[in-house]
Design a protein around this ligand. Structure first.
Ligand code: BGC
Length: 753
């Protein structure tokens, strides 16, 4: 399985290859390998899914069966890894994954998936990090760094605007450029600039009508020319539409093998003069660069499966989010107390990852029931009842009755609820955000006999909680936690670990409140991103909507105090840098970790801006009573918006709010800073409006002088009447009789200024 490499360097090779060989190099061989060119010793590289574990399918296995793959550690999928808000942890998981690749002879791990969670219904949300680009970008960059520190490549996917599964191979995401730049491309940009992934995987869908696989603006102008990406672009599996157009756009490698179809298409296009040999050479060189990079890898005989399982457990515990904990029902004392009732099939049959190409065959699997029983063995009694069948939509009265009996006189009842695997998967979207009815019926009946109910959730994307959470004193959002999720849940429930996860996605009160409503999943192969910038909390904040649990929320068994905020502006110019510092104190009685979040607001701006946006965060561990000074740096992008007219990032001078808190709706400290920024005023043209001319002092002065030559002046400058004319382009005003100036006058002024 190990890729063997014959030479020291492939640098000299492009010239030695025939056009046919170069074209062949640009297509896969089989499902999981690139094409070798044996004549000159170019090896095939093995690639594998990803992202949260390895799915390696040797040729002896049925490759059409997603369930057939070699055992590998199933780390927490992105949905829960994100809730740890811990780049250092993401990096360590990346390193471990890199080592598993080294032991399996894998050159490129196909991940991370960093698309934004635009709708809670996206079937693949479990594989994505967040509704926020800054959180996604920071975590994914660390993960990529970790994998690549082992000389194993990554494939940043799915580039771009692949935010749904419905019609994913054809749908056109209709998104304005500012929204693309500020929301949907931002995390890709951050990871490319910070971590240089070896490869980027283009998505299936179209963006504003153009397939990602044929999108030169995306794959070349933005990715390479603006961001400086120096790796290879590969297609998602089967994402190629017109192969030669793809090569010209910057799509280097087609995956998987198209059985020679792609190679022929490239050669035919060259023969017809539709594709230059230079572009084929360029793509082939990038393929050879990848082979070169992969040749650095030192393979391992094996990995330490126990150590990786322990890391998977640590990461899973860090991603668990304690949503509520009335009168400190949690943690449950493992050493003393009455009987613990564990209810719900998910306690025994964990749901720990999502379905589709990312599915891993775990090296082992912890379930919560066994883990809890082992932790309290000999000290507390535990009884179990399943309460429901995971895949059934019909409540089973006998199972419910048995569960109620078990719960009735227990000291505490832990109920494991969640989504059946069939509810969320790659390839299709959810149709609602509810838990199955039989589970909710069970919960209501348990609450009727016992008031100490803890609900533990297993789900790959947010579920509605508002209709049922009054039945529970504590709610633990356990997401999908990977193979060690069961033991990690026991660690948190029993207080061996204080929860420190924070929501990476908002849990709305009602499905109808969600930002993509009415614009998801689109129709007739078109989906309009009508909410624009207002994804996730940006929407709920703009609308001042109450939510069940806000972005960034998560409780702890200890408490934290925020004090002494200082915000210092450095380089107060067009590219400001700002230092935010504060004192964080653990005021409780247990060790714990807090995620300090920094949001920025721009209350007065010439363009619409979200009420606040996450611009920095830090995860800080503190012993009881301990304090530390937390320092965060914000760069110019923390304050900038994408100026669509000028096609650049602009920091508009003025006041900005710096808001520091424990969640997006639990802001503890605020400060206002004044930034000089850069001139954001629109460059004037003959089609600029009267208001635009008047907003710039020199142009205003010129205009006033001109108006004195005509008779319209008074009307145009009148504070009331003039408003009517504000949006009239100057070219049109010049045509009015008696305006006092001509088009030639305007052109002269613009040329001279
Ligand atoms: C998925 C990718 C995956 C590829 C290979 C595609 O269907 O969208 O994320 O890496 O298959 O399995």
């Amino acid at each position: 399985m190990t890729d063997t490499f014959a030479g020291d360097s492939t640098q000299a090779l492009p010239a030695e290859l025939t056009l046919e060989e170069k074209a062949a190099l640009l297509g896969g061989s089989g499902a999981w390998a690139t094409s070798p060119i044996e004549r000159v010793g170019i090896p095939a590289l093995t690639v594998a899914d990803g992202p949260h574990g390895l799915r390696v399918q040797p040729a002896t296995m049925d490759r059409t069966d997603l369930h057939a793959s070699l055992p590998a550690t199933c780390f927490p999928p992105a949905v829960s890894l994100a809730c740890a808000w811990d780049p250092a942890l993401a990096r360590r998981v990346g390193e471990a994954l890199g080592d598993e690749c080294r032991a399996a002879g894998v050159s490129v791990l196909l991940g991370p998936g960093i698309n934004m969670k635009r709708s809670p219904l996206c079937g693949r949300n479990f594989e994505y990090f967040s509704e926020d680009p800054a959180l996604t970008g920071a975590l994914a960059a660390a993960w990529v760094d970790g994998v690549q520190s082992r000389a194993v490549g990554t494939s940043l996917k799915h580039f771009a605007a692949n935010n749904q599964e419905t019609d994913r191979l054809r749908v056109s995401a209709e998104v304005d450029e500012r929204t693309l730049r500020e929301i949907y491309l931002t995390a890709f940009e951050q990871v490319v600039k910070q971590a240089q992934p070896w490869t980027v995987m283009c998505s299936y869908n179209r963006i504003n009508g153009v397939y990602a696989s044929e999108n030169r603006w995306l794959l070349t102008d933005v990715l390479r020319d603006e961001w400086g990406f120096n790796g290879l672009v590969m297609s998602d599996w089967g994402a190629v539409n017109r192969r030669a157009v793809g090569v010209a756009a910057g799509l280097d490698l087609e995956m998987p093998s198209s059985g020679g179809y792609g190679t022929r298409a490239i050669l035919d296009a060259v023969a017809a003069g539709d594709l230059s040999t230079e572009l084929v050479d360029l793509a082939a060189e990038r393929m050879l660069d990848l082979v070169d990079r992969a040749s650095e890898r030192q393979d391992l005989d094996s990995v330490d499966a126990d150590a990786h399982h322990a890391l998977a457990r640590e990461a899973a515990a860090a991603g668990i989010v304690l949503l509520k904990n009335e009168r400190s029902l949690l943690p449950i004392d493992p050493d003393r107390g009455g009987r613990i009732a564990v209810i719900g099939e998910f306690a025994r049959t964990p749901r720990y990852q999502g379905a589709g190409s990312s599915r891993v065959n775990p090296t082992r699997l912890d379930d919560a029931l066994d883990s809890i029983m082992a932790a309290v063995a000999g000290k507390r009694e535990v009884t179990f009842a399943s309460g429901f069948e995971i895949d059934s939509e019909e409540a089973d009265p006998e199972l419910i009755a048995e569960a109620v009996r078990v719960a009735a006189d227990a000291e505490v009842v832990i109920v494991f609820l969640g989504l059946p695997a069939s509810y969320e998967s790659e390839g299709y979207d959810r149709t609602h955000m509810n838990l199955p009815d039989p589970q909710l019926r069970l919960l209501a009946e348990l609450a009727a006999v016992n008031s100490n109910v803890v609900v533990v959730l297993s789900n790959g994307s947010a579920v509605l909680v508002s209709d049922w959470e009054h039945h529970a004193r504590a709610v633990v959002e356990g997401w999908l936690l990977g193979q060690a999720g069961g033991s990690a849940l026991a660690d948190v429930l029993l207080g061996l670990v204080s929860p420190s996860g924070k929501l990476a996605e908002t849990i709305p009160q009602r499905f109808e409140d969600n930002p993509a409503l009415g614009n998801f999943p689109g129709e007739h192969a078109v989906v309009r991103y009508g909410e624009g910038l207002l994804i996730g909390y940006r929407w709920y904040d703009a609308r001042r909507l109450p939510v069940a649990y806000p972005f960034g929320h998560g409780l702890s068994y200890t408490s934290f105090d925020y004090a002494d905020l200082e915000v210092g502006v450095k380089d107060n110019g067009p590219h400001p840098r700002v230092e935010v510092s504060l004192t964080l104190t653990n005021t409780g009685t247990r060790a714990g970790a807090e995620v300090v979040q920094v949001y920025v607001s721009d209350p007065v701006a010439s363009v619409f801006r979200p009420a606040q946006e996450l611009r920095g965060f830090a995860k800080v561990s503190l012993d009881p009573g301990a304090s530390t000074r937390v320092i965060l740096e914000l760069d110019d992008r923390a304050f900038a918006f994408w100026h669509s007219g000028q096609g650049e990032w602009i920091v508009e001078g003025g006041a900005f709010g710096v808001r520091v808190g424990a969640s997006s709706r639990d802001i503890r400290l605020t400060a206002t800073i004044e930034l000089v920024g850069s001139d954001s005023s629109t460059r004037l043209s003959i089609d600029s409006t009267l208001a635009e001319f008047r907003s710039q002092p020199a142009a205003d002065r010129w205009l006033r002088t001109q108006l004195q030559n005509g008779t319209y002046g008074e009307r145009l400058l009148d504070t009331e009447l003039g408003q009517m004319y504000e949006s009239v382009p100057l070219r049109r005003l010049a045509r009015l009789p008696e305006s006092g100036f001509s088009e030639a006058d305007i052109e002269r002024f613009l040329a001279e200024s």
